[in-house]
Design a protein around this ligand. Structure first.
Ligand SMILES: *[C@@H]1O[C@H](CO)[C@@H](O)[C@H](O)[C@H]1NC(C)=O
Ligand SMILES: *[C@@H]1O[C@H](CO)[C@@H](O)[C@H](O)[C@H]1NC(C)=O
Ligand SMILES: *[C@@H]1O[C@H](CO)[C@@H](O)[C@H](O)[C@H]1NC(C)=O
Ligand SMILES: *[C@@H]1O[C@H](CO)[C@@H](O)[C@H](O)[C@H]1NC(C)=O
Ligand SMILES: *[C@@H]1O[C@H](CO)[C@@H](O)[C@H](O)[C@H]1NC(C)=O
Ligand SMILES: *[C@@H]1O[C@H](CO)[C@@H](O)[C@H](O)[C@H]1NC(C)=O
Ligand SMILES: *[C@@H]1O[C@H](CO)[C@@H](O)[C@H](O)[C@H]1NC(C)=O
Ligand SMILES: *[C@@H]1O[C@H](CO)[C@@H](O)[C@H](O)[C@H]1NC(C)=O
Length: 482
């Protein structure tokens, strides 16, 4: 039986050889006419002949016979009737028709077409570009890929629209390898994204690259408003701020006009600097501090400066009270006696008016934090409120059923007052009240209601009266609760 099948198969093969075209004497594996690969992929194609006396060769698209037995493209012969072509990593130039031929007899051949795609790749990788104000900028973004990717540009996430004509008035011009930005201003600072799309027969891809463009410019004040006069009271301290945007960031220097000397950190002055700002804190230890202070902001492209006059002020009195007007599980309503003391402001002196309380500072922390910080207030939470006649202030996001320590100070133009003495307050727990607790606080009306056994009505009334009972309870405890 086995023999018979073998014989039949042999017969079939012979018949095929005789009847089929010379083409069919060769077969490729994989057998696809078109093979699509990305660059750097590897590929093996085996060519097999039906006759053992064949003499197989592989030809490149240019017609050259591949003879190498090692290297990026080479051949491997495993049997006389088998020849494999190996691409260890495909390159773009490998695209085209690769043929397997039988050099024997009448040159049977079989080919496959290699299609090579290249994934999107950016030539550059820089992420920051610095351009001087007024110059044209060119943001390079060269994109490689096969098929050639389409590129679109975005500025801070918004598509950049370019008129199709290449007029001289257009701000942006998209070129093959980048984006041209004409006459850059500080307003052109931002993130430019070069986004490449690629669609081919087997996949689609998108890649992007973002470049931060910084425009070099001389310092400019960050806020147009400047406080030309500041106040400090003796033994108090005051901070003068100087904020200027510049690229590259400015160097800040401080001078005191009285002696024209540059100020440094010492026991009277503390200078701190940030990227775009510097602050000078002055401790008013003596009368010499009442003077004019000059801040100079300078970079390679220019310098700007301005003066602040420091005048003598009056220390504000501490808050008259510190108590709760109400509280719940996460909020304190704090009363710091925010009322104008002078009833009718009948011609108060201008300094008095100037030195009126204009705000409050409330500091607080949990009893636990107080203990773990060794009784220091440096890490306390701090809230500042502007003065509002008759107002109380809400401190929220508190933890339930927790004891807080709190202190307060007033503020005026010259600084902070002393703090009040520290008070302890406790938040409510947010656990729902038990049924027995409810009963305990039923009002007379509700009790009457129950005694009248108007069950349905009573239910409604009980809801209606619940807040009243809470208020009565709380008034006893600490204050009014809402
Ligand atoms: C492909 O191979 C080349 C050479 O080995 C290498 O420079 C390149 O980074 C590779 N490309 C990818 C996408 O891996
Ligand atoms: C950018 O490419 C260069 C070489 O072309 C390389 O030395 C550098 O590390 C790359 N930088 C980043 C951020 O990839
Ligand atoms: C890419 O651009 C070409 C011509 O500019 C256009 O025909 C094609 O549809 C674009 N492809 C994509 C994916 O946007
Ligand atoms: C732009 O070009 C037009 C002519 O093409 C010219 O009349 C105009 O002055 C140019 N504008 C600027 C800002 O250069
Ligand atoms: C930059 O933008 C601001 C606000 O949009 C504008 O007032 C200013 O004139 C612009 N500056 C330049 C140089 O275009
Ligand atoms: C300032 O503080 C010093 C020492 O702490 C004290 O002797 C002086 O009286 C204070 N001056 C004022 C005006 O409070
Ligand atoms: C800013 O300060 C740095 C370091 O002190 C110095 O090297 C630099 O030259 C200064 N730049 C300008 C514009 O003064
Ligand atoms: C409130 O806190 C105290 C002490 O931390 C605790 O004993 C008590 O059970 C808490 N009450 C509620 C209702 O969580």
């Amino acid at each position: 039986m086995k023999h018979l099948i073998g014989l039949l198969l042999n017969l079939a093969a012979i018949t095929a050889t005789v009847l089929g075209s010379r083409h069919d004497m060769l077969s490729l594996s994989p057998s696809d006419y078109e093979l699509v690969r990305y660059t750097n992929d590897s590929l093996l194609v085996q060519c097999r002949s039906t006759t053992t006396e064949s003499q197989l060769v592989w030809r490149s698209p240019k017609g050259e016979i591949i003879k190498e037995h090692k290297g990026r493209i080479h051949i491997e012969q495993s049997a006389p009737d088998q020849l494999t072509i190996v691409f260890t990593h495909i390159s773009l130039g490998d695209k085209g028709k690769w043929r397997c031929e039988d050099a024997n007899g009448d040159r049977a051949e079989k080919y496959f077409e290699l299609i090579v795609y290249q994934k999107i790749a950016f030539t550059e990788n820089f992420t920051i570009l610095t351009v001087k104000e007024g110059k044209d900028a060119f943001i390079r973004c060269e994109v490689k890929g096969e098929p050639q990717p389409n590129v679109t540009w975005y500025y801070n996430g918004q598509p950049i629209i370019v008129e199709s004509f290449t007029g001289n008035t257009t701000k942006f011009q998209i070129l093959a390898d980048g984006l041209q930005v004409r006459k850059v201003t500080q307003n052109d600072t931002g993130e430019y994204t070069c986004r490449a799309y690629q669609v081919n027969t087997i996949a689609s891809d998108m890649q992007e690259r973002t470049i931060l463009m910084k425009i070099e410019h001389k310092p400019i004040w960050r806020y147009s408003q400047h406080i030309p006069v500041q106040y400090v009271y003796p033994n108090g301290s005051v901070t003068i701020a100087c904020e200027a945007i510049a690229e590259p960031p400015a160097n800040f220097t401080w001078y005191k006009n009285g002696n024209k000397k540059r100020l440094h950190n010492d026991k009277h002055h503390a200078i701190e600097k940030d990227y775009y700002a510097s602050t000078l804190t002055i401790h008013a230890r003596n009368d010499d501090v009442f003077d004019t202070y000059r801040c100079l902001a300078e970079n390679q492209l220019g310098a700007i400066e301005r003066n602040t006059v420091l005048k003598r002020g009056v220390k504000p009195p501490p808050p008259s009270v510190l108590q709760l007007r109400g509280f719940n599980s996460n909020t304190f309503d704090v009363d710091v006696g925010s009322v104008r003391v002078s009833p009718a402001r009948t011609a108060p002196s201008t300094t008095e008016q100037l030195m009126e309380v204009n705000g409050f500072r409330i500091e607080y922390m949990t009893e636990y934090e107080f203990k773990s910080d060794g009784g220091k207030w440096t890490n306390a939470k701090r809230r500042d409120f502007p003065f509002e006649d008759g107002a109380t202030f809400l401190i929220n996001n508190l933890e339930a059923n927790t004891t807080y320590l709190m202190r307060a100070a007033t503020k005026n133009l010259a600084g902070l007052s002393d703090y009040t003495k520290v008070e302890k307050f406790h938040t409510l727990s947010n656990e729902p009240k038990s049924a027995s607790a409810r009963l305990e606080h039923l009002t007379a009306t509700q009790l009457l209601c129950i005694s009248l056994v108007a069950l349905l009505l009573c239910k409604e009334l009980s809801f209606g009266f619940q807040p009243v009972s809470s208020i009565t309870k709380l008034q006893r405890a600490a204050g009014v609760r809402w």
